[in-house]
Design a protein around this ligand. Structure first.
Ligand code: NUP
Length: 217
């Protein structure tokens, strides 16, 4: 994924025509488009290949199974045309390792969820977040997912993983996080969904976020 605008669109719409229309509109303003269960379950896995015409595709399936099942899932997703897959880290080193190995073979990326962005992540996930970040660094994953809703946690996670791994951060806009604060805390890309795809003018919404990011660089 090229680091240009430092913005990733989370495209959680359900209709494939709408997904294509928005992707076309934001071309050039986003470095990647993140698709997840809502769009893929509603419109089929082939949407990944269609959207890959507009930007790099990150498949947010938060893969969280035993190693063999994780590998089978990642193979399907890479075969469908995704450039990267988001996997959970809490399942442990072997479940992660098989995904990272496969991605390396295919010249693709794995991003590992550390601590999620919603309030409930404080119940259980935050305690494990730093350990997961260390594991992702040890295994040389491409990067981690860390919460834009808690820039201070992004800073902590950056200290743990160093500069070899990337950080991608959801939670900007609808969840209350700020793109500028998250970039200043050390994230490489912010992930923004509703603030862009629910806007009357998704291209302008994306452009505004990119200028907010550029202002603090
Ligand atoms: O910790 C996470 N928080 C989060 O919101 C990990 C994620 N992958 N996400 C995803 O980012 C979430 O599923 C959605 O696709 C996107 C944020 O969208 P929005 O809140 O900007 O609409």
């Amino acid at each position: 994924m090229e680091k240009n605008t430092r913005l990733i669109l989370a495209l959680d719409v359900l209709d494939s025509d709408e997904a294509i229309r928005i992707s076309e509109a934001v071309t050039g303003h986003v470095d990647a488009i993140k698709v997840g269960y809502p769009l893929v379950l509603a419109s089929g896995l082939q949407i990944i290949g269609k959207l890959a015409e507009y930007a790099s595709i990150i498949a947010d399936f938060k893969v969280a199974d035993i190693p063999n099942t994780n590998r089978l899932i990642c193979e399907q997703v890479f075969d469908a045309g995704a450039d990267a897959v988001i996997v959970q880290g809490f399942t442990g080193h072997d479940s992660l390792e098989i995904c990272v190995d496969l991605a390396r073979e295919r010249n693709k990326d794995i991003f590992v969820v550390t601590e999620m962005s919603h309030p409930g992540a404080l119940d259980l996930m935050q305690d494990a977040g730093e350990k997961i970040a260390r594991m992702a660094a040890d295994q040389k994953a491409s990067g981690v997912v860390a919460p834009a809703t808690r820039p201070e946690r992004v800073k902590e996670i950056r200290k743990i993983i160093g500069n070899e791994l990337a950080i991608i951060s959801p939670g900007v806009g609808a969840q209350g996080g700020s793109a500028a604060d998250t970039i200043m805390a050390g994230t490489d890309w912010v992930i923004v969904g509703r603030k862009i795809y629910q806007s009357d003018d998704p291209a302008k919404a994306a452009k505004d976020i990119v200028s907010e990011i550029k202002d603090v660089l």
